[in-house]
Design a protein around this ligand. Structure first.
Ligand code: IMP
Ligand code: MG
Length: 181
């Protein structure tokens, strides 16, 4: 069976996501005029959002990636973060914009932002496609947010469950039976 069969409902359609990504891209293009923009994608969830967002940005932008993994399994983040892949460049003097798929407890981004801030960028901000403020445990506020979503586990458009569903073009909620397998 295909992936579609595991989806209970579509939360955000391709059209809704596209319109929102255009809006965020326009805001970033205004705010970063004349700056030294470096987009830092947090792998792997960022890939679809970042690929679409960067094409909506009309000012000069460089890109780089970080891969961090929180210890602990599955759905819950522990806040202890391990660097799996670091940036290729020194970010001193850059206006860093971290690109995330979802801000949940906020522990991962809290750590990542702190780590990057120590490297003396000119500025550091966060753009997240989804925000689940109900779940926040760390003191972190995103600068650009696509959608505030309810406390439900969502997949698609880069977001995974057990590394699957990242390639769904929309964002949906999984059928409970999928977790119970
Ligand atoms: P945090 O440290 O709790 O904010 O964890 C953020 C990370 O948890 C995200 O980058 C996702 O990889 C994962 N995550 C949190 N909520 C969801 C969800 O609803 N669907 C898929 N992944 C999620
Ligand atoms: Mg994940």
């Amino acid at each position: 069976m295909g992936m579609e069969n595991d989806i209970l409902k579509i939360l955000l359609s391709e059209e809704e996501i596209k319109a929102k990504v255009q809006e965020i891209g326009a805001a970033i293009s205004r705010d970063y005029e004349g700056k030294n923009l470096l987009l830092v994608g947090a792998l792997k969830g960022c890939v679809v959002f970042m690929a679409d967002l960067m094409r909506e940005i009309t000012v000069h932008a460089k890109i780089d990636f970080m891969a961090v993994s929180s210890y602990g399994s599955g759905v819950k983040s522990t806040g202890v973060v391990r660097i799996l892949k670091d940036l290729d460049r020194d970010i001193a003097g850059y206006d860093v914009l971290i690109i995330e798929d979802i801000l949940d407890s906020g522990k991962t981004l809290f750590y990542l932002k702190k780590l990057l801030a120590e490297r003396k960028p000119a500025s550091i901000k966060i753009a997240t496609l989804l925000d689940k403020p109900e779940r926040r445990e760390a003191d972190i506020v995103p600068d650009y947010v696509g959608f505030v979503v309810p406390n439900e586990f969502v997949v698609g458009y880069g977001l995974d469950y057990d590394e699957k569903y990242r390639n769904l073009p929309y964002i949906g909620v999984l059928k409970p039976a999928v977790y119970e397998k």
